[in-house]
Ligand binder design. Structure first.
Ligand code: NAD
Length: 485
């Protein structure tokens, strides 16, 4: 084993779980055994909640300008340790080093936003009647839990950690059992940055611990990021227990390509969007809707995709089961009459034969009713569907139950606007393959890509991680002559 067994982080210390049950942590890059992760029990969750509740009383009363000082220092530590943090992400997740560096850079941007929160949560005050003031304040919720997926071991935890904690909450993170290593380094850096013990805790595990989080009476709010199947379970269970919940699910993102799109730029964007992080991004292009005659663009997409080489500029998919699932989608589409223009099945990287790689795959003449067209594939695969006009393209996009992202490639502003207004997705791109909004704009999809109100990052997260306290104040007995009470 390359690393020590992963441990929980409770009340500022790494601690062993009380159970001996654990899972292997395997590097998708080459099948190496990296570590083991404990399947914690409710006992550990109880300890973490107790620590977080205890820390909350003083952390929530620390002025926000003081709280964010921790995140100024944390940002500096992320920058200082960028290479090492990126290396860890690469090893446990299998993405390329360039992608892992970009992931840590995004963590830095998320932290910068948290540092700006004092400017955004000033509350409001108004003299509502002579000598009578009404005031609103954003007050933290208490203990919040964050349950995260495998595809961004550092970025998705950092979607919630800086904002939730800077806003005065205490947190319990449940990392993905497939990529639990980065979380431990996040805990160490937060501690080094001066975060008081108990404010941030990690409890590792899988289904049982997630269910215990949803049921725990000491946890006030739950955020979840992962597949739609699990997002629905979490949302129902957490809200059924009267917790505030925001659950982000899976995606099936459509790129609509018009004949007037700039061929080179479009091809580059499409191939980067479908293959970045080996297609394991909830914002990845998975379906391309070709409107009219765009053969010349499709040809360029294939040329671009051919430049993407597994083990060089294309990382691994998370595990063997994932590789097999992705390849099954491709085989089924082929059997049903789709045309494979570039085939990434059976990819092997020399010297890393136990790695789980899928090469870039471009499939043309996919029909909207095929599984590969409808379901989330989560691999470096683009399915091209042919349509005659924009209405047909929009009908395909609108029919899909997900709604994270959609993009249009065109030089016509009116067409772009038409699609922005009608695409049923929370994040829209115009000539942009991965339309992730950057801070201070918030991140969040629609439909079955998100359950709950508001978004998880940016300004919208302030509403989720706080509640409003409204006070009405009068000091002068003569004041408020026209007051109602
Ligand atoms: P997943 O749903 O399998 O797991 C996510 C988390 O839920 C993990 O921590 C896991 O331990 C836990 N979990 C798994 N099954 C569970 C169950 N039955 N009950 C309770 N908890 C359970 O997701 P994943 O495979 O780790 O991540 C990939 C998925 O995440 C994709 O669908 C992707 O689109 C989605 N994702 C969405 C966004 C977004 O912003 N919408 C961002 C990143 C990833």
């Amino acid at each position: 084993m390359q690393y020590q067994p992963v441990r929980n982080f409770i009340n500022g210390n790494f601690t062993d779980a009380s159970t001996s049950q654990s899972l292997h942590v395997i590097s998708p890059l080459d099948g190496r055994l990296l570590s083991s992760v404990p399947l914690s029990s409710k006992t550990e969750l109880d300890l973490a909640v107790e620590a977080a509740q205890k820390a909350f009383s003083s952390w929530s009363r620390t002025p926000i300008k003081e709280r964010v000082q921790v995140f100024f220092r944390y940002k500096f530590l992320l920058e200082k340790n960028l290479e090492e943090l990126a290396g860890l992400v690469q090893e446990e997740n299998g993405k390329t080093m360039g992608e892992a560096v970009a992931e840590i850079e995004k963590c830095i941007e998320l932290t910068e936003f948290a540092c700006s929160l004092p400017q955004l949560v000033t509350g409001e005050v108004l003299e509502v009647s002579k000598g009578v003031e009404c005031r609103t304040e954003h007050v933290p919720l208490g203990v919040v839990a964050s349950i995260v997926p495998f595809n961004f071991p550092s970025m998705v935890p950092n979607w919630t950690i800086p904002n939730a904690i800077a806003l005065g909450n205490c947190m319990i993170l449940k990392p993905s059992e497939k990529v639990p290593l980065s979380a431990g380094r996040i805990a160490e850096l937060l501690k080094e940055a001066g975060l008081p013990d108990g404010v941030f805790n990690i409890v590792h595990g899988d289904v049982d611990i997630v269910e215990a989080i949803c049921d725990h009476p000491g946890i006030d709010a739950v955020t979840f990021v992962g597949s739609t199947k699990v997002a629905k379970i979490i949302y129902q269970r957490a809200t059924g227990n009267f917790k505030r919940c925001l659950a982000l699910g899976g995606a099936k993102n459509h790129l609509m390509v018009m004949p007037d799109a700039i061929p080179g730029m479009t091809a580059q964007n499409v191939s980067a969007s479908m293959s970045g992080c080996a297609g394991q991004r909830c914002m990845a292009a998975s379906a391309m809707v070709a409107v009219g005659d765009v053969d010349h663009i499709i040809q360029k997409i294939v040329e671009e995709a051919k430049k993407i080489i597994p083990g060089e500029n294309l990382g691994a998919v998370i595990n063997k089961a994932s590789k097999e699932r992705i390849e099954k989608y491709i085989t089924e589409a082929e059997e049903q009459g789709a045309k494979i223009l570039l085939d990434g099945r059976n990819a092997v990287v020399k010297g890393k034969e136990s790695g789980t790689y899928v090469g870039p795959t471009v499939i043309d003449h996919v029909k909207p009713d095929m599984a590969i067209a409808k379901e989330e594939v989560f691999g470096p695969v683009i399915s091209i569907m042919r349509t005659k006009n924009v209405e047909e393209a929009l009908a395909i996009e609108n029919a899909n139950p997900y709604g994270n992202a959609a993009s249009v490639f065109t030089q016509n502003g009116a067409v772009a606007r038409y699609i922005i207004e009608r695409a049923s997705a929370g994040m829209i791109g115009v000539n942009v393959g991965v339309p992730v909004p950057r801070e201070p704009f918030s991140f969040g999809g629609w439909n079955e890509s998100k359950f709950g109100v508001g978004d998880i990052t940016g300004k919208s997260s302030i509403e989720f991680f706080t509640r409003l306290k409204k006070s009405t104040v009068k000091w002068n007995p003569e004041a408020g002559v026209n007051w109602m009470s």
